[in-house]
Design a binder for this molecule. Sequence first.
Ligand SMILES: *[C@@H]1O[C@H](CO)[C@@H](O)[C@H](O)[C@H]1NC(C)=O
Ligand SMILES: *[C@@H]1O[C@H](CO)[C@@H](O)[C@H](O)[C@H]1NC(C)=O
Ligand SMILES: *[C@@H]1O[C@H](CO)[C@@H](O)[C@H](O)[C@H]1NC(C)=O
Ligand SMILES: *[C@@H]1O[C@H](CO)[C@@H](O)[C@H](O)[C@H]1NC(C)=O
Ligand SMILES: *[C@@H]1O[C@H](CO)[C@@H](O)[C@H](O)[C@H]1NC(C)=O
Ligand SMILES: *[C@@H]1O[C@H](CO)[C@@H](O)[C@H](O)[C@H]1NC(C)=O
Ligand SMILES: *[C@@H]1O[C@H](CO)[C@@H](O)[C@H](O)[C@H]1NC(C)=O
Length: 504
Amino acid sequence: MVFSYPNSKSFSMAALRSLPSIIAIVGASAIFLIVASLILVSGPITSSVQEYFLGENRGWKPESPNSLNIVSQGKPHLKGNETGSVDVGTSGAVLDLRKYDDDLSFTLGANQSSPNAPFAKEFGGNSTDPDADLVTSKSPMFSSGEHARCDLYHGKWIRNPEGPLYTNNSCPIITQLQNCQGNGRPDKEYENWRWKPDQCELPKFDAKKFLELLRGKTLAFVGDSVARNQMESLLCILWQVEVPKNRGNRRIHRWYFRSTSTMIVRIWSSWLAQNTPRAMEFAPKGVVKVHLDIPDEKMMEFLPGFDVVVLSSGHWFAKQSVYILNETIVGGQLWSPPPNAAVYMRINNVEAFGLSMKTALGAIATHPNFTGLAIVRSYSPDHYEGGAWNTGGSCTGKVNPVSEVVNNGFTEVMHEKQLTGFQRAVEKTGNSSKLIFMDITDVFGYRPDGHPGPYRSTDPNKKTRRGPNGEPPPQDCLHWCMPGPIDTWNELLLEIIRRNLKIS
Ligand SMILES: *[C@@H]1O[C@H](CO)[C@@H](O)[C@H](O)[C@H]1NC(C)=O
Ligand SMILES: *[C@@H]1O[C@H](CO)[C@@H](O)[C@H](O)[C@H]1NC(C)=O
Ligand SMILES: *[C@@H]1O[C@H](CO)[C@@H](O)[C@H](O)[C@H]1NC(C)=O
Ligand SMILES: *[C@@H]1O[C@H](CO)[C@@H](O)[C@H](O)[C@H]1NC(C)=O
Ligand SMILES: *[C@@H]1O[C@H](CO)[C@@H](O)[C@H](O)[C@H]1NC(C)=O
Ligand SMILES: *[C@@H]1O[C@H](CO)[C@@H](O)[C@H](O)[C@H]1NC(C)=O
Ligand SMILES: *[C@@H]1O[C@H](CO)[C@@H](O)[C@H](O)[C@H]1NC(C)=O
């Protein structure tokens, strides 16, 4: 069977086309447009979406319907001179971007022979270093010199007659949004596949072994709702051998496994970078400001207590925000400065993603009191067809892995920037900790069948009911069903920990 996936351009084109038609329908008056926006913002779609994409980050709310466009591609807003100093804002302050050159050379694409280019190439290709794809570094500090290990990220999905590690009935903490079976999904085959690396077996998750490996240790997930998805998958798997105690609070989710004194932790961080809704220069209050050069404060506060930290981010870079470097606005997503503001919008969302990665990893790796493993779980591919999540995009009817990944330009460029940001951090940091790139992006490109799609809610009406303006009901082709392919992330995680964590 051949599935055609529209590329990213047609997503944005569809979104662009729908706007004029809405305008035409309501009479093209600016007042009507504002009214329409307000209806959209307060309508049922928005509320379901907040529960869904905004998760628990309730500190601020997006101000416009656009800001919820999770799969919007966002073009770079490059204005003015690409190489010089930049006048910023009305204050006339100048941000010398050359001081960031080292960091931005890849971002600005100025010099293709940057150290990153050969690295990125090497990464995907054949490597003589068996660890190269697991520990993404050629530097001696990461070559542990152990026995040869196979590349975990090249292989294929094979049928798994044993079925999943748990079921919707044997794990009581599956978020309803991910409980595909409980929400009425009719097919079940998507639960019965395992990932088979070409040169070895990825061991089936052994919960006892995992807890033993992490005896007395703390494993943390830091990131967005996809981080939550992975953490819940891990808890469900471990639940089958031991019911943990909930020791969480509002700031930090914590589950304690008494048999081995193992703590599994989750911290919400949308961008892994510091952010605030407060007004700044000409960017109003409410539009979130993301400081790409400052790591998330809460993450850094708790970091010394972690032995393994798994980082998850990316999808929030499709949401509305203003990007800040050195307390100066340098770009934004779904946000433009007022017409008269002298601002040089040179950082788009993809570039911002790379920078945030480098900042967060750099800070983690150089933190004097963090000696554990930091694992970047690479960008999780989504599978919307025929539109974005809120414009009728769907993944309905996908019941098996596909044999060929259909290119998704946005996913590819996000993955590339993330990898580059990762490598920049590796180059710049000492060896107090290990940085590992868990490269699941391509592997999960084969799994459009693994998302909830319309089965993200128990209410059968939600699957078909359209919004007041005829909008299609939102589907979830971004998060993963539980049980489902995401459980493989934790098998990869266990294998990475087994290979890399110093047992002390
Ligand atoms: C950019 O700035 C440089 C140095 O300030 C100048 O030489 C060059 O002409 C400028 N280019 C443009 C397109 O403005
Ligand atoms: C950041 O801004 C301060 C003051 O505005 C300036 O002194 C400093 O050089 C800037 N740093 C960078 C890296 O541009
Ligand atoms: C790119 O960098 C190399 C080495 O750093 C340098 O020799 C070359 O002139 C640069 N090219 C451009 C177009 O800036
Ligand atoms: C990778 O290695 C395999 C076997 O070692 C070889 O058959 C294949 O041609 C190589 N591919 C590339 C791109 O070098
Ligand atoms: C689990 O899924 C089955 C359908 O496969 C459903 O009948 C059952 O109610 C679900 N249980 C929970 C707790 O969601
Ligand atoms: C690291 O730990 C030491 C000793 O507990 C403490 O004094 C220091 O402030 C910590 N450093 C950071 C950056 O947290
Ligand atoms: C890096 O780690 C090795 C051993 O793990 C140690 O001998 C060396 O001093 C470390 N180097 C730095 C710069 O911390």
